[in-house]
Design a protein around this ligand. Structure first.
Ligand code: NAP
Length: 256
């Protein structure tokens, strides 16, 4: 019997088969989880995600723009209506306008800053609030972050500031949710080639540098992020909340 048999989860952030959220979903399915999904509204996102999900035939697949409260309300009502509760959430969503992401942080405009922060950091707050309302017996939430939220990583720019806000949101949310037995943690992932990472200037150089400098002398694989997510979503990590766990082959502990 799978470790997630009888557990109901929600996954936000599957765009295609290279998405980190997809690697996590595949492992959750293999461990017996029942999963609901959201995807960005629009025919191309819908087609991509539905194709991917076809073999699993999930009951709930809802178009959601995390910037829209009404979309989030619809998503969580649908989950509640179908299952009556939620046990865990995978939040794997981020976006910044490409023009703003490529600029030095000094040059970022107000609209781009608000948009990136809204999608990449505030969405975790909104999602956690909705999720907690249908987690009567407690639950677990996992989000994805990157080292560029702690240190300056040239090229990561605006997204680094979003990740800093996301990581500290994890801590405050852990405090707000802890007495309800809801845990929330972040995985700080080493660089993995995905649709989103293609928008980061110098990404290949980041991967090459990380592989060279990390303790393990390589880059992390998506399946290693997935197995860590399953650990954080399961009772194996029952004493851990508010944590940012680096899954980066030991890159972040090296000073030079
Ligand atoms: P990805 O496959 O492109 O996933 C990002 C997801 O965010 C996509 O499903 C995208 O939908 C969704 N999204 C963007 N704007 C949205 C909105 N307004 N409403 C709802 N969904 C929205 O890339 P990924 O690399 O797996 O990224 C997942 C998470 O991991 C992100 O938080 C990212 O910052 C983080 N991360 C990635 C790496 C890496 O190296 N890849 C490293 C550390 C952390 P569409 O594609 O349909 O637009």
């Amino acid at each position: 019997m799978g470790r997630f048999e009888g557990k109901i989860g929600l996954v936000l952030g599957v765009a295609n088969d290279r998405s980190i959220a997809w690697a996590i979903s595949e492992l959750l399915f293999a461990e017996g989880a029942e999963l609901a999904f959201s995807h960005l509204p629009g025919p191309s996102s819908e087609r991509r995600v539905k194709q991917l999900l076809e073999p699993y035939n999930p009951k709930v697949v809802v178009p959601v723009d995390v910037q829209k409260d009404e979309d989030l309300e619809r998503l969580f009502s649908r989950v509640h209506e179908e299952y009556g509760r939620l046990d865990f959430v995978v939040h794997s969503v981020a976006f910044a306008p490409p023009t703003e992401l490529r600029k030095p942080y000094l040059e970022v405009n107000r609209a781009g800053w608000h948009l990136a922060m809204d999608i990449s950091a505030y969405s975790l707050v909104a999602v956690s609030r909705h999720a907690a309302a249908i987690m009567p017996a407690g639950g677990a939430i996992v989000t994805l972050t990157y080292y560029g939220g702690e240190k300056v990583v040239p090229g990561y720019n605006l997204m680094g500031v979003c990740k800093a806000a996301l990581e500290h949101s994890v801590r405050y949310l852990a405090w707000d949710l802890g007495r309800r037995n809801i845990r929330i943690n972040a995985i700080s992932a080493g660089p993995v080639r995905t649709l989103s990472s293609a928008g980061i200037s110098g990404f290949d150089e980041m991967r090459e540098h990380t592989a060279r400098k990390s303790c393990l002398g390589r880059n992390v694989e998506a399946k290693e992020l997935a197995s860590t997510a399953l650990f954080l979503l399961s009772d194996l990590s029952s004493g851990i909340t508010g944590e940012v766990l680096h899954v980066d082959c030991g890159f972040s502990i090296v000073g030079l």
